[in-house]
Design a protein around this ligand. Structure first.
Ligand code: 0A1
Ligand code: ZN
Length: 850
């Protein structure tokens, strides 16, 4: 593996730059012709006599020429080298004619077909499957594209500059790397709108979908318009083309892609109606539309020098979409949700064999580094930077970033330098957040004497693969102090920790304060502090910081669940009463109350137990968590019916946050009632639901108590023709299967005629649900491990990217007992022995293998 690794340290500037690119596509499913005319110029930043290496994979080269002189060099497996001796001294024109086969491209990378429509996915290195090109992000060029096809709608990047029967020409004036290239041709229909930018320029907006889906685009369009306005108002960023097109495709490896002026989306993140999409779907659509739109500046106008800098665009763009969703909805609720995701995905990654820095230093397959660490921890690092330099400093740094680097391919060094220049701060130590993997543990203890309260902090980052030794990081610790009445005696203050051990003194206090540490989750660390249940309950009731208020309840629940698993404890009044008070407190946001009622996840619990030196038993965790839910249901029983009734939404469905929060709390209450009424109320809720949130919400309640078969059948006959809705039907049955039935349920569903395993959404909805059912996946029989490995081996030759991504289900093996470890290692070995294994899956399996 190491001999094929690509290293940041080996970066060399490109030998040649590109002045312009012209492409012609003659589309045909199995024999598309790609004609390219590329104007190259030697790169002055890389003096010397260099061959020109062009990337190219799975291409049939018909002919190529340099300034009209045929090229005699032959391509190899990964590209074509134009020897220095054949290159003119100054600028020259390279032309090529290449044939490709989109219809047989199952990897969904490059030019491929989905439901009879042509589309592309070029990030990270897909353009090399379209034609010979220096497929690296630091080579930027303006593109002209001509598409010839009898498909009615022909789209590419930029503005449409000419069109006629059977062809269209698109011109993108903004220099871009090849990974932002896109082309779409199909029988599509547009949901259209318009937008006037802050300087008064009109922009045509279109969301292109298959005929029949045009009625499901309104929410995505509304989200797009709000994103465009927000980026103007918040970051001063204006859109820069005459048109912004979005296309929804059913077969897509990821969520969506920010191609310049032509975003391509997994249809799951575009199409939504109240009847077909849940509140979570609506929120995700809003966030992803915003994310891709925001890339226009953070990613496209300023791109990455190389793929090691991926977090430069992704961390920043996630941070921006999180800010946007907070502004559109509730900052408190959004922060809690983001931290839940961070812990579930990034802390999990950071604590296992796949841990890597936010800016990795080497990779074998870059597609394996579109990770929670690069995205979510990358966003956290920016949040910390903002906390340290303040809102004004952040705004000045961002202005400088856009001014200094517009049109460039930049690095993390460039990014940190704008903060240093704009604020005068030295960020040398802060940079460790980019280079060191692992989640720091922050240990907190206190002293109290003579009106002086002292907080002692100690940071330790555990070793991660390839990085045995860690260094102290700059940790912004937001702190507030409360007195016994719940009044704030110290409002939120950011302490700046820079040493391995550091103490902070607070004097002139009348009474011993109750600290609220790491408010707003001010740094992506694990806070360790011995805290009594009484103190947690106090903070749950009184903390003025909404994140820490929620966190106190969470910690209370996790402490209890841990004791239930290890000591057979049972839920007592401290937790039950504290939670009941929050659940029924009408002065609190219903969305917040719903989050407070959500019990800790089983995977999260396994991670926590492992971190404290206890080998987690998945079956015990599962049973204890259910026991916890039962106790809560009994405690709240007198209130639940009233709560459910009072939260009924009069009037038509709206996806906005307020209504969604009420539905979330209502469903949380319904889930509890279901544990005591045998499903009566949930069955009724399923029957009367007029939106997908309540329909699947009620169904989930029933499945969770082992009922709901007739509702499943009703659901299937109602939605059998709707791919996106049926993905939910597949997932739910597996997620809520009993541990011993999970593998069998999954196997049965893979035999279902609608299980189209070549469609990534459907594959994920089944095999992703298998690994999402913690106790079922880790069932002692090892059946689930085997089943997943079988399917990874089967998918890999067709779609290595998705197979590799789903293999991360095994990344937690080291948490479990020796038997489970051995079972997982056997499966990883079996994957590694698969003939013709892809580089993608091979890299992942090798990194995970003991
Ligand atoms: N840049 C996109 C994510 C993306 C990455 C890779 C893809 O194919 C390998 C597709 C999409 C984003 O951040 O939304
Ligand atoms: Zn992105």
């Amino acid at each position: 593996m190491t001999d094929t690794a690509i290293r940041l340290a080996d970066y060399l500037a490109p030998s040649h730059l590109i002045e312009s690119v012209a492409l012609t596509f003659r589309l045909a499913p199995e024999a598309t012709l790609v004609l390219s005319t590329i104007r190259f110029t030697p790169n002055k930043a890389r003096p010397g006599s260099h061959d020109l290496r062009l990337d190219g994979e799975n291409l049939t080269l018909i002919e190529a020429a340099i300034d009209g002189v045929p090229v005699t060099a032959e391509p190899d497996e990964t590209g074509l080298t134009l020897p220095w001796a054949d290159l003119p001294e100054g600028p020259f024109t390279f032309t090529a004619e290449v044939e490709i086969s989109p219809a047989t491209n199952t990897a969904l990378e490059g030019l491929y077909m989905s439901n009879g429509m042509y589309c592309t996915q070029c990030e990270a290195e897909g353009f090399r499957k379209i034609t010979f090109y220096p497929d690296r992000p630091d080579v930027m060029a303006p593109f002209r594209v001509r598409i010839e096809s009898d498909m009615p709608v022909l789209l590419s990047n930029g503005n449409e500059t000419a069109t006629g029967p059977g062809w269209a020409e698109w011109t993108d004036p903004w220099p871009k790397p090849a990974y932002l290239f896109a082309l779409v041709a199909g029988d599509l229909i547009a949901h259209s709108a318009g937008f006037t930018t802050m300087s008064g320029r009109p922009v045509a907006l279109n969301i292109w979908v298959r005929p029949g889906d045009e009625g499901r685009c309104a929410y995505a369009m509304d989200s797009l318009i709000r994103s465009m306005r927000w980026d103007e108002q918040t970051y001063g960023r204006e859109y820069d083309l005459d048109v912004f097109n979005i296309v929804a495709v059913d077969d897509f490896n990821m969520g969506a892609m920010e191609n310049k002026g032509l975003n391509i989306f997994n249809s799951k993140y575009v199409l939504a109606l109240p009847e077909t999409a849940t509140d979570d779907d609506f929120a995700r659509i809003e966030a992803i539309i915003a994310h891709e739109y925001f890339h226009n500046w953070t990613g496209n106008r300023i791109t990455c020098r190389d793929w090691f800098q991926l977090c430069l665009k992704e961390g920043l763009t996630v941070f921006r979409d999180q800010q946007f969703s907070g502004d559109m909805r509730s900052h408190a609720v959004k922060r809690i949700e983001d931290v839940l995701t961070l812990r579930a995905r990034q802390f999990r990654e950071d604590g296992g064999p796949l841990a890597h820095p936010v800016r990795p230093e080497e990779y074998v397959e870059i597609n394996n580094f579109y990770t929670a660490t690069v995205y979510e921890k990358g966003a956290e690092v920016i949040g910390m930077l903002k906390r340290l330099v303040g809102d004004d400093g952040y705004a000045r740094a961002l202005d400088l970033y856009f001014q200094r680097h517009d049109g460039e391919a930049a690095t993390i060094e460039d990014w940190l330098k704008v903060f240093e220049d704009a604020t005068g701060r030295d960020l040398a130590q802060f940079k460790r957040w980019y280079s060191e993997a692992g989640t720091p543990r922050l240990k907190a203890t206190e002293d109290w004497a003579d009106g002086v309260w002292t907080l002692h902090l100690e940071q330790v980052t555990p070793p991660t693969p390839g990085q045995p030794l860690k260094h102290p990081k700059v940790i912004p610790v937001a702190l507030g102090l409360l007195n016994g009445n719940g009044d704030e005696v110290l409002p939120t203050t950011v302490l700046e920790m820079t040493e391995a051990k550091q103490s902070f003194r607070f004097d002139k206090l009348a009474t011993r304060p109750i600290p609220s540490i790491l408010r707003g989750f001010s740094a992506p660390v694990i806070l360790e502090r011995a805290t009594s249940p009484e103190e947690r309950a106090f903070l749950l009731a009184h903390d003025t910081d909404p994140f820490n208020k929620w966190e106190a309840g969470r910690a209370l629940a996790k402490d209890l669940l841990a004791r239930m698993v290890t000591d057979n404890a049972s839920p007592g009044p401290d937790w039950l009463d504290a939670l009941a008070r929050v659940a029924t407190d009408d002065s609190l946001d219903p969305a917040f109350r719903a989050l407070a009622l959500r019990l800790p996840g089983e995977d999260d619990m396994a991670q926590t137990l492992h971190a404290s030196g206890i080998t987690p038993d998945p079956a015990r965790i599962h049973a204890a968590r259910r026991q916890m839910a039962d106790a809560l249901a009994r405690r709240l029983q007198p209130e639940l019916a009233g709560l459910i009734d009072s939260l009924a939404e009069p009037g038509p469905f709206t996806p906005e946050a307020r209504a969604a929060g009420r539905r979330a709390l209502r469903l949380a209450a319904l889930a509890l009632v279901t544990r005591t009424d045998g499903g009566l109320r949930a069955a009724e809720a399923f029957r009367s639901a007029n939106n997908m949130t309540e329909e699947v919400g009620a169904l989930a309640c029933l499945l969770d108590i082992g009922r709901g078969q007739s509702e499943l059948d009703t659901f299937e006959s109602r939605w059998g023709k709707d791919r996106l809705v049926m993905d939910k039907w597949f997932s739910l049955q597996i997620l809520y299967a009993a541990p011993e039935a999970t593998a069998e349920t999954t196997r049965r569903l893979t035999d279902h005629p609608a299980f189209d395993w070549k469609n990534p959404n459907r594959f994920r909805s089944v095999l992703g649900a298998l690994s999402g059912n913690h106790a079922g996946f880790h069932h002692a029989s090892g059946d689930s491990y085997r089943l997943l490995a079988d399917w990874l081996i089967r998918l890999d030759p067709l779609n290595p990217q998705t197979a590799a991504r789903m293999s991360t289900a095994f990344e937690t093996w080291a948490r479990y007992d020796a038997d489970r470890q051995a079972l997982i290692q056997t499966e990883l070995d079996r994957v590694l022995a698969a003939p013709g294994l892809s580089r993608d899956l091979a890299e992942m399996a090798e990194r995970m293998r003991r």
